[in-house]
Design a protein around this ligand. Structure first.
Ligand code: FRU
Length: 316
């Protein structure tokens, strides 16, 4: 049995769809409201669980996240949003908190973009907590080998977690997300990972105009055989497979059918999280039998299909 352990925060998203963004001090009526579980790693797991059947398959999914108390409605809501993801023993419960981290999101129909305002009062996971959980899961055979994927929330903590995995639990591949513009320390964690997912907003904030430019620069700062992925919204995605002998394999794809007439973008929240799910699945399950281009195409199509529907259901 192999394992995918996703390490990141869980959110409850309240999503208002509006015709346009309100200007400051404006009063605006939304056309719809919805509430669903969010968070980058949980979103990725929700997609992955549609492709993985732990009873028939050899992959088990785990969420290693800080959650409110076990008895709280918020934790029940989060747990009930999954069918196959394991929360024990990986869950870290904050018993004196009853509210989950929340996001209030405005989706604008005129620009097809989403603006997110977050609030989180749950104390973040510490490196000590992570090490305790990872050790426990390994010695109890809950998760002895497989894949750790990090949202990379607090880069200094993530760095300590990765170093622990590299020194003591060697059977794991490690991927990290470099998503949030302006978050200090993300390049240091990217430098340690086997696979790195760069977002367009991070790349733009670094001054890159294309995914290829971004990856060309990051190539010098990452592991000798790392796989680097950069998604570029409606422009598709590019990946670079580095190799210890210095050779480079580049692949890119256009956004999946988004440019075809009639395709309507409905929900871009979590498109990047869906792409990550697609790549993790391809890398774990089809490492040998799919080419790099096939892996990229799979992840890209999944993200493309996700944005033309609401939420993450029905993608398999
Ligand atoms: C989308 C998302 C939302 C969540 C927010 C957290 O990628 O994970 O579900 O509210 O980002 O930053």
């Amino acid at each position: 049995m192999k394992h995918i352990i996703a390490v990141g925060a869980s959110y409850v998203d309240t999503i208002l769809t509006a015709d346009h963004y309100p200007s400051e001090d404006e009063k605006l009526r939304a056309s719809s409201i919805s509430r669903r579980r969010g968070g980058n790693c949980p979103n990725t797991l929700e997609v992955l669980e549609q492709f993985i059947d732990p009873s028939a398959d050899d992959i088990q999914l785990h969420l290693l996240a800080v959650l409110p108390s076990k008895q709280s409605d918020a934790t029940k809501f989060i747990r009930n949003s999954f069918m196959k993801v394991k929360f024990e023993p990986s869950g870290i419960y904050r018993n004196d908190h009853n509210e989950a981290a929340s996001s209030y999101i405005i989706k604008s129909e005129s620009t097809d973009t989403r603006t997110i305002v977050n609030y989180n009062e749950l104390p973040e996971m510490t490196a000590k907590e992570f090490i305790h959980k990872a050790h426990l899961m390994s010695v109890s055979e809950e998760a002895k080998e497989g894949w750790y994927h990090f949202e990379g929330r607090i880069p200094q903590t993530t760095l300590q977690c990765i170093r622990y995995l590299r020194s003591y639990l060697r059977g794991f591949k490690i991927s990290v997300e470099v998503e949030k513009p302006g978050r200090e320390g993300l390049m240091e964690i990217a430098a340690e990972a086997d696979v790195v997912f760069y977002s367009k907003s991070w790349a733009n904030a670094q001054g890159f105009q294309t995914a290829k430019d971004c990856l060309k620069k990051q190539a010098a700062l990452t592991q000798k055989d790392a796989l680097l992925c950069c998604t570029w919204g409606s422009e598709g995605a590019t990946i670079l497979q580095k190799s210890s002998d210095g050779s480079e394999g580049w692949e890119d794809v256009e956004a999946w059918k988004l440019k075809t007439p009639g395709a309507k973008v409905l929900d871009t929240i979590g498109a990047g999280d869906t792409f990550i799910a697609g790549m993790l699945f391809a890398l774990m399950r089809h490492s040998e039998d799919w080419t790099l281009q096939q892996k990229l195409k799979f992840a890209n199509e999944l993200a493309g299909r996700k944005v033309i529907q609401e939420g993450f259901g029905g993608l398999s």
